[in-house]
Design a protein around this ligand. Structure first.
Ligand code: PLP
Length: 458
């Protein structure tokens, strides 16, 4: 069964949008002044369509999530079948459903090694709430209740719930709601272009890892529960750590017996050219929150893969009194299973690793000669372009970290490409099905948009 295209009254929808809808992470006054949001009506493959008749290459795969691309009837069919068979049942009553169990086993196979157990939630933020409560509970059961502190990085993104924002390192988010709550320590991020250009990348990475050890010693290792980090920071600006950084982080965590959490909400499911970012970057976490690419965004589902060592301890602690109505939702689980099957069937992970990932990297490098480009970088299909006022010194427009990213992004959208502008960076994370031709289009639009932004940026 394929989609029937609907006819929408776009001006009416935009009026209702302003009158009633509060969109995520937005300035409501700005949306009102715009006369309502851009209304995305349908999509196929790597393209979204809006109510004004624009076809836009989706360089963000929705919100880092539509890994298999849009318009997969197969997923709609699987959802409908599962809804008819069993639309919902919970996992609270010593009960589980077939797709939920099968998905847990599938994820355990993909993460491999010691990560043999899976806890389900509905979003990436909830997955990190689960991590927070599970880790603190684990240490209590283990007889080390003082181990409560989480160490994270400034400019990390771990979600929008109270625990997600607190674990994250976004100062603007902390400022709303009096967060972070106590027990979370932030250390510097391994952002070489922004903070380490006067050093060799490897040396800078080592320094950033050392900041973790310094903080552990300040807080007292006996009080530290876990370190959490995105293998590659996504929302912070696609910050790819220097080589050797994660190996140092892992060594430090092991030295002090601290749990290592890899937040794979963006990096998971092929994005970096392996199933998970920690596999690409070569380290072994104890807990792995994941979401987005797990269902390619077709339905909301997230998971936390947990090591057998942690679960063996939890088994001695009675009930873990944590979980959500939609933990292990059977329809979401069935869709996630089929999504993974599609990634496997179409060898999308290998395609990112061997074909379109390196191709994007080379295509972005072709922008290095542009007067506004300070650096291009990518890993798999996660890419970034740093915008500078002065190529030699990497000085930003206005003399400080600014807003050049959103300026260029607006031109990109006008030119038919959705990317994200983060401070002075534009970032991208296209569907894994993107073709070489579409990557050429993407880079061509970025170049033209940089040209258009040049006279405006000061
Ligand atoms: N963790 C990371 C690394 C993310 O990038 C995100 C969302 O972008 C989250 C957690 C939160 O996920 P969600 O928006 O599904 O709650």
């Amino acid at each position: 069964m394929t989609a029937v295209r609907k006819n929408y009254d776009i001006p009416a929808l935009r009026r209702l949008d302003v009158a009633h809808h509060l969109p995520a992470q937005q300035d409501y006054k700005l949306i009102e002044d715009m006369g309502g949001s851009r209304i995305v009506t349908h999509a196929e493959g790597c393209y979204i369509h809006d109510g004004d008749g624009n076809r836009i290459l989706d360089g963000m795969a929705g919100l880092w999530c539509v890994n298999i691309g849009y318009g997969r009837d197969e997923l709609a069919d699987v959802a409908a079948e599962q809804m008819r068979e069993l639309p919902f049942y919970n996992t609270f009553f010593k009960t589980a459903t077939p797709p939920t169990i099968e998905l847990a086993a599938k994820i355990a196979g993909l993460t491999g090694g010691k990560l043999q157990h899976v806890f389900f939630n509905a979003s990436g933020s909830e997955a990190n709430d689960t991590v927070f409560r599970m880790v603190r509970h684990y240490w209590k059961v283990k007889g080390e209740p003082a181990r409560k502190v989480f160490i994270s990085r400034w400019n990390a993104y771990h979600g929008s719930t109270v625990a997600g924002v607190s674990l994250g390192g976004m100062k603007a988010m902390h400022a709303q709601g009096d967060l972070p709550f106590p027990g979370i320590e932030h250390v510097r991020q391994p952002y070489w272009f922004g903070e380490g250009r006067d050093m060799e990348p490897r040396e800078f990475g080592k320094l950033c890892a050392q900041a973790i050890e310094d903080r552990i010693l300040e807080v007292g290792p006996e009080n530290v529960a876990a370190f959490i980090g995105e293998p590659v920071q996504g929302a912070g600006g696609v910050i790819i750590p220097p080589e050797g950084y994660w190996q140092e982080v892992e060594r430090i965590c092991r030295k002090y017996g601290i749990l290592l959490v890899a937040d794979e909400v963006i990096c998971g499911f092929g994005r970096t050219g392996e199933w998970f970012g920690h596999q690409t970057l070569g380290f072994t976490p104890d807990l792995v929150p994941m979401a987005k690419g797990l269902s390619s965004g077709y339905l909301p589902i997230s998971a936390v893969a947990v090591s057998s060592d942690v679960v063996e301890v939890l088994k001695t602690g009675g009930d873990f009194v944590h979980g959500f109505t939609y933990s292990g939702h059977p329809v979401c689980a069935a869709v996630a299973l089929r999504n993974i099957e599609i990634i496997e069937r179409e060898n999308l992970v290998g395609k990112v690793r061997d074909d379109v990932g390196p191709y994007l990297n080379a295509a972005l490098k072709s922008l290095d000669d542009h007067p506004l480009v300070g650096e291009t970088r990518s890993i798999g299909l996660l890419g970034a372009v740093e915008i500078v006022a002065d190529k030699k010194t990497a000085a930003r427009f206005g003399g400080k970290e600014g807003n050049a990213g959103p300026v260029v992004r607006d031109f990109c959208i006008e030119n038919g490409l959705m990317v994200r502008g983060i401070r002075d960076t534009i970032v991208m994370s296209p569907p894994l099905i993107i073709s070489r031709q579409q990557i050429d289009d993407l880079v061509d639009i970025i170049r033209r948009s940089l040209d258009s932004a040049m006279p405006i940026l000061k």
